[in-house]
Design a protein around this ligand. Sequence first.
Ligand code: NAP
Length: 480
Amino acid sequence: MPEVFRNYINGEWVDGPTFENRNPANTDEIVGLFVKGSAADVHRAADAAQAAFAGWSNMPGPARGALLFKVADILEKKFDQLGEEMCREEGKTLPEAKGEVRRAINIFRYFGSEGSRLPGHLVPSERDRVHMFAIRKAIGVIGLINPWNFPIAIPAWKLAPALICGNTVIVKPASVAPLSSWRIVEACHEAGIPKGVVNYIAGSGGEIGNALVSAKPLKAVSFTGSCEIGNWLHAEASKRHLRIQLEMGGKNPTIVLADADFKSAVENVCNAAFFSTGQKCTATSRAIVEESIYDQFVEALKERTAKLKVGNGMEPGIDIGPAVDQGQLDTNLKYIEIGKQEGARLVLGGNRLTGGAYDKGYFVEPTIFADVTENMRLAQEEVFGPVLAVMKAKDFNDAMRIANNIPFGLSASVQTTNLSRVFEFVYGCEAGLLTINLPSAGVEYQLPFGGTKDSSFGPKEQGPAAMDFYSDYKTVYLKY
Ligand code: NAP
C-alpha cells in the first residue's frame, strides 16, 4: 500500500480523500497518495496562519534563523532519500535531483543567516538631534504557489525568505510533484517551527487557488508557473490589493557568435536545451546562430545531442528523464507537429520513445529543428520540453533583434569571445537573467532571480532581493 502524505494545517497532519502521484519514468509505480485539500482547508489554514503571525513575527530574527538552520540540518540528514524521491516524482536524473536538494539546503542556510541581519536603513537627518531609520517588518499571511519542475528548490526559495522575514505561510505544491515540498514542511514540523506558521495544502490548483485569493487573512501571493494561471491570479489579487510576485514562462535564446569557443558553445546549448528534459524555466529553446558558422553548428549540435541517453533518471548514465506527465508529453509532441507543419527542418529526434521500459514512461527524443524563422510558433511559444529551435542570424545585431523579438524575457545567453559584444548583450538584451559562455540555465541562490516582460511581475526572488517581496519598511523619525 503506498504511503499517504497528509496536509499540514495548524501544526497537525490532516486526513481526507487522496489523489495518486505516479513516477513519470514508470507509471506502474505510485510515488505516494496525497490528501486532496479543499477550500475549507485553505480557510482554516489561513486562520491558523493569522493566529500564529504575532508570535512568529515578534520572535527575534536570529531565533527564527536558528530554526531555519535546523530545517536545513534535517533535510541534509535525508539528502539521499530526498534526491531519490524527487527523481521518482519529477523524473529528472538522480544527479540533477541531488543537486537541487543541495541547493534547497543552502537556501535555508542562506536565509537563516539573514535572521541576524534583516537589513534596514539608518541615515543622517537634515535636522538637528533627529535620529531617522527604517526597519523591516513582516507582511502577514502569504500564499506560496509552486510549479513541478523544481519541486524542492522553488518551495525553498519562497518559504525560507518568507519565514525569516516573520511571515506565516500556506504552501501549495504542484499536483504532479508534491512530495519534495512535503518533506520541507515535515522538516519544519520536526525543527519545532510553531504551529500555524507553516501550512501545506495539496490538491486542485483551481480550488486551492480560488480559496487562497479569497481567504481574508491573506496579504500576499508568490506564484511560479504558467503565464495563463499567473495572469489570472494577478487579476484576482489586484481586486484585493494583495501583494503579488509572478515568475512565469519563457522562450529563452542563446546567441552563438562566430568568434565563440565553438566546442563549448555546442556543449552549453546542448546542456541548456535538453538537460532536465528541457523543463527548466531558464532552458534554452532558441539557439540563434551567426550565419557564417550556422551549418557547422547545426551539424555539431546534432552529433552531440544524439549521444544523450534518455531513460529512467534513477539509472546511472542517463542524461535525460521523461516529460513530467501525459499533458507535458502531449504538448511536446504537439509542438513537434507544429514545427513540421510550419516548415522547420527536423534535424534530430521528433518522436515519442517506445518499446521496453519506454512504454511505461513519458519519454520523447531530444528534438532539434533548424531553419526556424521568427514568426513560427516554434520561435514564439513556450514548449517546456526537449524541443530546440535553431535560427540563423546575419550578424550580432540581427541576433539581438531576434532574441528580443518575443513577449518573454526570462533568461538569455551569449557565446562569444568578444568583450564589446558581451557588454552590448548585457545592456541590450531584454531578459532578467543573463549568462555569458555558460548554459542559459543554472543559476545560484545568492543573487536576484526573475525575468522581465511577460515572464515576470513584481519584486525578484532569491538573494537579497527576496527580502523586498517578503517584508515592508516602517520608517521612524525620532527627536532626542
Ligand atoms: P501551472 O500549471 O501554472 O501550475 C503552477 C501552480 O499553480 C501549480 O501548483 C498549480 O496547481 C497551481 N494552479 C493551477 N491553477 C491555479 C489557479 N487557478 N489558481 C492558483 N494556482 C493554480 O504551471 P506548471 O505546469 O506547474 O509549471 C510550468 C510552468 O512554470 C512553465 O510555464 C514554466 O516556464 C513556469 N516556470 C517558471 C519559472 C520562473 O521562475 N519563471 C520557474 C519554473 C517554472 P496544480 O498542479 O494542482 O494544477
